[in-house]
Ligand binder design. Structure first.
Ligand code: ZN
Length: 95
């Protein structure tokens, strides 16, 4: 039997831990670049693009979500996994 892996989880955009932590802390709502200009910003103009990389036999999918700020074009990505306790598992130990 062949596993149906039809893609790879990738990372793109800004992968600076500091910026990504700030972004994750805002529940993926506030662009860390825009927030530096406007600390009272409520919500950024974030475009979210979920790209599945594969699906396991049990139906659990995994992939990458690319987040892009439409105001300043800042971009980052987070890998996700349906099977993980922490959906965006890269953020699991960022407390
Ligand atoms: Zn921005």
């Amino acid at each position: 039997m062949v596993m149906s892996a039809w893609g790879l989880q990738f990372s793109s955009g800004d992968q600076t831990v500091e910026n990504r932590k700030l972004f994750a802390k805002s529940y993926f709502k506030k662009c860390p670049m825009c927030i530096k200009q406007k600390p009272d910003l409520e919500k950024s103009n974030i475009e979210e693009n979920k790209i599945p990389a594969g699906c396991r036999m049990n139906g659990d999918a995994y992939g990458t979500t690319v987040f892009k700020c439409l105001d300043c074009k800042w971009e980052t990505s987070f890998q996700w996994d349906d099977a993980s306790d922490c959906y965006y598992y890269e953020t699991q130990y960022w407390k």
